[in-house]
Write a protein that binds this ligand. Structure first.
Ligand code: ADP
Length: 549
C-alpha cells in the first residue's frame, strides 16, 4: 500500500522560493571584490537568480550542462548556486587555489560550458582561457565599469554578469524534474593524483540541508547571522548557502578578505552569531583579536572542521572569547557533513575540563550518516573499544562513484549487500558514539608494527605557547621502520628549543609515542583547502636522519 501524500521532488529551487516568500527582507551582506560592502535581500537575490537562469538559457545552457565558478563567497556566487542548479544545469565550483594546469584539467574533465569568475581571477582566467576545450563563455562577475579594458581584451568574447542580469526580467518558473538529477559538482582537492569529481543530486543536497541545519548539527535558525569563512568552492561552503534559505538566516560573505582584521570587522559590524571554517583561518583571526585585546560581541559559536581542531584552539575560543566550538568532520564525498560534536545530556553535568575533552573529538553521526570502523580483515569493531580502525560511511548524501567512473567502484560491500564508502580516515568510536579521527590512513606512522596517531602529537605540540603550527610525519627508521618527526613553525618572536618541545610531551602520551626529533621550519605547505600537505613534508624530509637511528 502506498502512502497518500503529495509527490513533490526535492529540488534546490524550492529553497530560494521559500526564502523569498517567508524571509523576503532578510539581508545578505557581502564584502565585494570591488572593495565595498554590498547589501541585498532574499527577495532581490531570488529575483536576480531567476534573471540569471534566463540568461543561462539564452547562452544555450541546457539541463545537465556544467557551469563553472571561480569565485569567493559573495551574493553573486549565491545567485549562481540557485540559478544554475535551479534551472537544471550543474554548478561546478572550481577551487581557484589549484594550479592552472589542474584547473584546465578539471574544466576539461567536467566539460564546463560557461565559466563565471571574480575579478581577482582575471589573470588566472587569461592564462587558462586559451587552453580549455569546452568553455564557450567566460563571464566576469561584475559590471563592465570594473573590468580594466586591457585585461578584458585578453579573454575573447568576455561577458559581464551585470549585463546578463540586466538584459532579462524575472518572470521565470523554476522547472520541475527528477530529484535525482545532478545539481552540482565538486572535485576532491587531489593531494594525491588527479582530482576526482563528486556529483551531488538535488535530493542529496536537500536531505543534507535539512540535516545540517538541525540543533545538534550546525544549529542554524532564522535568528542567526551566519558568516561562512569556508569557501563556496570548498564542498559548497559545507552546505551553508542552502541552510541560509532553509532557515532564513542573515548571511554575511567575506569575499576575498580572509585576514584577521577584515573578518573581525565584518563579525562585529554585522553582528555575526555563527561562523564556520578550517583551523588555519581561525589562527589568523585569533592572533589578530588577541594582539589587539578585542572581544566578540555577538559571535556565539563556530564550526571547525576540514582538519582536526587543536584542543588549544577550542579552549582559547571558549575561555577567552566565550565562543563555543562545534568540531565537525566530513569530506567532499559526503556533501560534506558526517559528524558534529554536540553534547548529550550527560555532558551538560560535566566540568568544563571534561567537556573540552569531548569537544576535541569529531563528534557523533548526523542522522542520515551511518558509520562504522573495521579492522584490517574488514571486521566491524564495536563502539567503545580501545582499537582504531578504518572508518566507513553509508547514507543518502554519500558518493557511490566518482564522476565518469574515475578510479572504479570505490565502495566496499558488506555481507548484507550494503555499500560503504571507505573514508581513508582511521578513527575510534567511543561508547556514546563519538568518533575521533586518529589519522588519515596515508598519514599514519607505523612504528614497529603499531600505529602512532599523528593528530594527537600535533594537538599536544600546538598547545605549546611558542608553537604556531605543527605537523607530525613518519621518518624512516632502521629498527622501527618509521618514527614520528615533528615539524614546527614557531609563533613570531617566540623561542623554544627541540629539547623543551620534546619534554613538553612527557606524561601526556605513552613514552614510545614521543617524537624522535623536531625540525623548525618557516612555513608548512598548505593545500588548496588550507590543509597541511604532509605528503610534501614527507618528501622534503625523506632523508632526514633521526638522532635515534
Ligand atoms: P580532501 O580529501 O581532498 O583533502 P576534503 O575536504 O574532502 O578534501 O577532506 C576530507 C578529509 O579531511 C577527511 O577525510 C579527513 O581526513 C579530513 N578532515 C575533515 N574534517 C576533519 C576533522 N574535524 N578532523 C580531522 N580530520 C578532518
Amino acid at each position: 500500500m502506498l502512502g497518500q501524500m503529495m509527490q513533490q521532488p526535492l529540488l534546490i529551487s524550492t529553497l530560494i522560493v521559500h526564502a523569498e516568500r517567508h524571509h523576503p527582507e532578510r539581508e545578505i551582506v557581502s564584502r565585494r571584490v570591488e572593495g565595498d560592502i554590498h547589501r541585498t535581500t532574499y527577495k532581490e537575490l531570488a529575483s536576480r537568480s531567476r534573471r540569471m537562469a534566463k540568461a543561462l538559457a539564452r547562452l544555450g545552457v541546457k539541463a545537465g550542462d556544467r557551469v563553472a565558478t571561480l569565485a569567493w563567497n559573495g551574493y553573486r556566487h549565491m545567485e549562481l548556486y540557485y540559478a544554475v542548479s535551479g534551472s537544471g544545469a550543474v554548478l561546478h565550483t572550481v577551487n581557484p587555489r589549484l594550479h592552472p594546469d589542474q584547473i584546465v584539467y578539471i574544466a576539461d574533465h567536467a566539460e564546463d560550458q560557461v565559466l563565471f569568475f571574480d575579478l581577482t581571477f582575471l589573470p588566472l582566467v587569461a592564462a587558462v582561457a586559451g587552453r580549455t576545450k569546452t568553455v564557450r563563455h567566460w563571464v566576469a562577475m561584475s559590471d563592465r565599469a570594473h573590468v580594466p579594458a586591457e585585461a578584458a581584451a585578453k579573454i575573447p568574447g568576455l561577458l559581464f554578469y551585470e549585463d546578463l542580469v540586466a538584459a532579462e526580467d524575472d518572470r521565470y518558473d523554476w522547472p520541475s524534474f527528477d530529484e535525482n538529477s545532478a545539481s552540482s559538482l565538486c572535485y576532491t582537492s587531489g593531494t594525491t593524483g588527479n582530482p576526482k569529481g563528486v556529483l551531488y543530486s538535488h535530493r542529496s543536497t536537500l536531505l543534507h540541508t535539512f540535516a545540517a541545519a538541525l540543533p545538534d548539527a550546525l544549529n542554524c535558525s532564522a535568528n542567526d547571522v551566519i558568516l561562512p569563512v569556508v569557501p563556496m568552492f570548498h564542498v559548497n561552503a559545507w552546505g551553508l548557502p542552502y541552510v541560509a534559505c532553509l532557515t532564513g538566516a542573515k548571511m554575511v560573505y567575506p569575499g576575498a578578505a580572509l585576514d584577521g582584521k577584515s573578518l573581525y570587522e565584518l563579525f562585529e559590524n554585522e553582528q555575526v552569531t555563527v561562523s564556520a571554517g578550517v583551523p588555519t583561518v581561525w589562527q589568523g583571526l585569533l592572533a589578530y583579536v588577541q594582539a589587539n585585546g578585542l572581544k566578540f560581541s555577538s559571535m556565539r559559536r563556530t564550526v571547525i572542521g576540514g582538519s582536526a581542531c587543536p584542543p588549544a584552539m577550542l579552549r582559547t575560543f571558549g575561555d577567552e572569547f566565550d565562543v563555543h566550538v562545534l568540531h565537525a568532520w566530513g569530506m567532499t564525498e559526503m556533501s560534506p557533513l558526517g559528524t558534529v560534536c554536540s553534547f548529550k545530556p550527560a555532558h551538560l553535568k560535566q566540568t568544563q575540563e571534561q567537556r573540552y575533552e569531548v569537544m576535541a573529538k569529531q563528534g557523533r553521526a548526523v542522522f542520515g550518516v551511518d558509520m562504522k570502523i573495521v579492522d584490517e580483515a574488514g571486521q566491524e569493531l564495536a563502539f567503545g573499544g580501545e582499537a582504531s580502525g578504518d572508518l566507513l560511511v553509508s547514507g543518502p548524501w554519500i558518493v557511490t562513484e566518482y564522476f565518469k567512473g574515475e578510479g572504479g567502484n570505490p565502495l566496499v560491500t558488506d555481507e548484507a549487500g550494503r555499500g560503504w564508502f571507505p573514508t581513508g580516515d582511521v578513527a575510534k568510536i567511543d561508547a556514546d558514539g563519538y568518533m575521533q579521527i586518529t589519522d588519515r590512513s596515508k598519514d599514519v606512522i607505523k612504528s614497529g608494527g603499531e600505529w602512532i596517531g599523528s593528530i594527537d602529537l600535533e594537538n599536544i605540540a600546538m598547545a605549546h605557547p611558542a608553537v604556531a603550527m605543527a605537523a607530525c610525519i613518519a621518518a624512516p627508521h632502521p629498527k622501527w621502520d618509521e618514527r614520528p618527526l615533528l615539524v614546527v613553525v614557531k609563533k613570531p618572536g617566540a623561542e623554544v628549543t627541540r629539547e623543551e618541545l620534546l619534554a613538553f610531551f612527557d606524561g601526556k602520551i605513552a613514552k614510545w609515542w614521543t617524537p624522535d626529533d623536531v625540525v623548525f621550519v618557516d612555513a608548512i605547505p598548505l593545500g588548496a583547502t588550507g590543509k597541511m600537505q604532509k605528503n610534501k613534508l614527507r618528501e622534503q624530509f625523506k632523508d632526514h636522519k633521526l638522532p635515534t637511528a
